[in-house]
Ligand binder design. Structure first.
Ligand code: SF4
Length: 517
């Protein structure tokens, strides 16, 4: 792997490394390297937990994240308490213990390697991460899903059973109390392989549902009570029947493999229902949730369902600091630019910024921008009437919530909703499909009974206010978007939709299967 490290550190020099790192196994090694060099790298830990040889289910990873958040620990430190959490099933505990043992061994090996690296482990991990991401962030395309058939499904299940058999065999010699559970899972997998083979051979004209009844009866007759329970709680039948409901009208047999493959995934990754942000019959959603889901459903799952912690970037911390200055300035009796600067210096100190060139540049940019903000405020004809005002309302079954940075009352009595931004300005054309301010406009109407005439983004660093085209203030459109996104999340549709734009901003690239061959 080290042979692929770019000699000059540039992403463009590592075409071969980029291809190499599309291999799942290479990305597994990179994830281990990253977590060993940075124990707070949650995305790398998620990958290492979810991939061989640990293969923890996503639902159990979500439970680990829950423990980490509750105990305010990083994920690595939370693994110990997680093994004692009542919600953690025995199988997951055993996998965590295996991870911890492997982690200990890898740490020793890593320390031994340290003198030969020629750079710090952090530098090595950072360089290899750049190498691994160079091709895809450069805009290369991703391969589409493979066409699959029932035959291919049987093949997949066969691999699954053989892989499972090897894993179970490897654990038989260990002193464990739940060996019978492992063996029963292995037996049920084998029975499901028989089930799929029997379905493949079912008489022409017989439906999957009819065939399943009979096959299940026969297989269940051969099960122990524990195996029966595992067999009956499998989601395989449900998925096979779902696929049959989508059978083409010409009567041909459905291609069941994609659905069954989904069932395998769900067995490794059972329903995440308990982790969805539910309230009543719907979800709790914000504009940022909707934007995240629309950019990439898998990213939404990582960030909002599994809630994998990701460290704030420098620019995120900077944005928070500028928002805090403006919020505090407007909430106080302050009126002078001096007072605004004092607030800024306080927020800057508390934000933990350092003395790097980038940080110094941001500091002076912010000061200059705040002076201009203050000047415009004084010359402003409109009257700012609310700051950081929250809204929440119901749209269909879903609960929408958000907070508007500033609301101005215009000279003609109309209202303008303003959202501060500290990033690069987007043009009115680029804002045509904008969800955030359109949702805010509906929120203002539903929650405060305020009809907003204008919606604008205020790019603070550029001293630029960009109005969202009024044609975008379309309640029906936003209701449709919320309904579509809400339904997809409720159905747990979290397929990745990779693109350089979405992936370039994503904190979960190391955990993402869309980057693999
Ligand atoms: S890396 Fe790209 S495809 Fe994967 S989750 Fe992130 S945005 Fe989605």
């Amino acid at each position: 792997m080290i042979a692929f490290t770019p000699s000059d550190g540039s992403a463009g020099a590592v075409e071969g490394a980029g291809a190499f790192f599309e291999r799942a196994t290479a990305r597994d090694v990179l994830a281990w390297l990253r977590l060993l060099s940075d124990p707070t790298d949650s995305a790398a830990i998620v990958r290492a937990l979810g991939r061989p040889p640990i293969e923890m289910r996503q639902v159990d990873i979500a439970r680990v994240v829950q423990v980490a958040r509750k105990a305010k620990l990083d994920m690595l430190a939370a693994l110990g308490p997680a093994t004692e959490a009542p919600q953690m099933p025995p199988e997951a505990r055993e996998r965590i213990e295996r991870f911890q043992a492997l982690h200990g061994e890898a740490q020793v090996a890593f320390e031994a390697l340290r003198p030969r690296l020629g750079c710090s482990p952090q530098e090595l991990a950072a360089e290899l991460t750049i190498a691994s991401e160079a091709r895809l962030l450069g805009g290369e395309t991703f391969s589409g899903p493979r066409a699959q058939t029932l035959e291919a499904t049987v093949e997949l299940m066969r691999e699954e059973v053989l892989g499972g058999a090897t894993r179970i065999a490897g654990r038989l010699g260990e002193l464990r109390l739940d060996t019978d559970l492992d063996i029963s899972h292995g037996v049920v997998r084998s029975l499901e392989l028989v089930k799929l083979a029997a379905l493949k051979e079912r008489p022409p004209g017989q439906s999957v549902a009819e065939a399943l009844d009979d096959i299940n009866q026969r297989l269940l007759a051969a099960c122990t009570p524990l195996q029966r329970e595992i067999f009956q709680t499998s989601t395989l039948d449900e998925t096979l029947l779902g696929a049959e409901r989508g059978e083409p009208e010409d009567g041909s047999r459905p291609a069941l493999a994609p659905a069954a493959r989904g069932a395998f995934a769900r067995r490794e990754e059972p329903s995440l229902q308990a982790f969805l942000p539910r309230r009543g019959d719907g979800l709790v959603l914000s504009a940022s949730d909707i934007d995240t889901y629309r950019a990439c459903p898998l990213r939404y799952k990582f960030a909002r369902v599994l809630k994998i912690p990701s460290p704030q970037t420098l620019h995120q911390r900077f944005g928070i600091a500028v928002h805090q200055v403006l919020e505090r300035y407007h909430a106080s009796e302050h009126t002078t630019v001096q007072q605004m600067m004092e607030l800024f210096e306080g927020c800057w100190r508390r934000g933990g910024f350092g003395e790097s060139d980038v940080e110094r540049e941001l500091h002076s940019k912010a000061r200059a921008a705040l002076v201009l903000y203050h000047r415009h405020l004084e010359a402003h004809e409109a009257e700012p009437v609310w700051f950081e005002r929250s809204f929440s309302f119901k749209l269909g079954p879903h609960h929408l919530r958000g907070r508007v940075d500033r609301v101005d009352k215009l000279p003609d009595g109309a209202y303008e909703l303003i959202d501060y931004k500290t990033g690069r300005p987007r043009t009115a054309e680029q804002l045509k499909d904008d969800v955030q301010l359109s949702l805010y406009a509906v929120g203002a109407r539903e929650s405060w009974e305020v009809e907003a005439e204008r919606l604008s983004y205020y790019y603070i660093l550029d001293d630029l206010k960009v109005p969202v085209p009024s044609a975008e203030m379309d309640t029906d459109w936003i209701a449709r978007v919320v309904a579509e996104v809400g339904e997809a999340i409720m159905e747990q549709r979290f397929e990745p939709t990779p693109s350089p734009a979405a992936c370039g901003l994503c904190d979960f690239r190391i955990a993402c299967p869309a980057w693999e061959r």
